[in-house]
Design a protein around this ligand. Sequence first.
Ligand code: DON
Length: 594
Amino acid sequence: MKPIYLLSLIALVSCSGMSSGPYETKIHHVTIAKGQLKKDHELITSDVSITTQGVFASRAAHAMFKKGGNIIDAAMAASFVLAVERPQSTGLGGGGFALFHDVKRDKDFPLTVDFREKAPIKAHEKMFLDDQGNVISRMSLDGIFSSGVPGMVAGMTELHKSHGSLPLKVVMRDAIDLAAKGFKVYPELAYALSRRENIIKRFKATCKIFCNKKGEILKEGDLLVQRDLAKTLRTIARKGRRGFYKGWVAKALVGEHRRLGGLMTYNDLNKYNVKYRDPIRANYHGYEVFSMSPPSSGGVHIVEILNILKNDDLKTYGVQHARTVHLRASAMQAAFSDRANYLGDSDYTYVPVVGLTSQKYADEVRHSIPENQALNGLWSNFSNDPFKYDAKNDSELIKKYESPETTHFTIADGKGNVFVSTQTLNGYLGSGIVVPGTGILLNNEMDDFATKPGANNLFGAVGGKKNLVQPEKRPLSSMSPTIVLKDGKPVLALGTPAGTKILTCVVQTIMNYLDHDMPLYEAITATRIHHQWKPNILYIEDSKLPKNTIEHLKRMGHELRFKKFGCRIQAIAFENGKLHGVSDPRGRGLVSGH
Ligand code: DON
């Protein structure tokens, strides 16, 4: 167990000094967003810890424990309040994943819940292509066809039914009140609204909520009231799942699809099913890592990257030494190349999970990474084959500022229970469509499918054959709620938003904390890197790496680009009987607990 590092002050100052190995004297940290108070972002408690990207959400979840509720009641409160507080990120019209380490469970892995959106039954492989087979610009991102069948309400109400203790109307009360009374638009939300101004103004029901009386989008400090959403939430609080997938809400959802020529029907809503999956699991340096399985790519590639680097003693070099960055970046490239080739919804296509997460495969990949040279041109020859180590064979192998659109929260109680969940509408405000009378924003998760092989999605992820649209299939995701155990006891639980960067931010935080022995706050604030194979660019967050590291990486042939990442890690570590919560100080968030 790690010692507790009391509020690690040095992390606040970018470029602050910390010795971490013979080769490196400084860990560079990103600058913390203006107006974020460190005291809201780190907290050490004994009984309960909640870390979310929503101030109201963390408080609501905390209140459930104070009322005598359990961790699932708290997770319900957090999910539904986040759906009100962060309409740019998540909502009743979206979906997500959750891992629940339940001390009472009789299995040796966490309950792994998939409430990801599904393609409508009428959806098909070529739905985003024109007559010439070209991708129709933004069709998978804006408007009715971008929207999959929502899973969030089914997932959370089902979990509550099986594991919750307080009545639904109690765990949903704060969400209902927040929607009805409203709250002031905060900077992150104002930014998101400005980014989606055009689409908000295109749909009357959307503008009714997110515009003022003059028809201008709401600005920072304006009051956002969501009365229709409050009404929908009240119906769900009374009727549970049926309050969304049947009755007047279902009628409104299907009605809007019909009005706009969309594909979703009552049958889609009736057939929506939550899936309980086996998580991806791996032994790593004496720990057991559990993360999300397909249709998320997250768990597979987190484990793949960890395995590739497992036998490199990177601690000796330090977390921001050029060698560490080079090897991390190269492992990420291998993972993203595999993501494009082998990943999809495993209910519809064979995914060689065993091969991709095997140590032998990882060792083979590691041997093909040059020690001192960026992979660059070598990529075309880079042909590792995970099927060698898999049970089966498969013949059909085949930009800009990124922002925290999705959301993640982590909750732990003093009894050893841990809940992690990442939930999303995909892009800011999803499809941009609010279903009239309901306050529900529809997701644009269909963009996570490959619109055609080789085409990029919103996050630049390359689409492969295994991720083409099929009726009722779930689009490939990067969302990676993750729990690390040692001897069956929780050590670290975490997750983040940020599209394809989710899995690289999660894996770096795990390595920073477990391998480099960094205090949790520093493990999270340290400058991150990201490489996703295509484009062939090594992204560095905010230009904050030691100068000599940058020079060395350039000499190795890495093409560097500096930009902000959208990752907002929400993590809890278990240290000497205490719960150490950190909400990434790059963004809005709050650690609450006692
Ligand atoms: O499932 C996925 O991977 C994406 N739909 C997540 C989107 C996301 O994280 C956007 N936020 N930054």
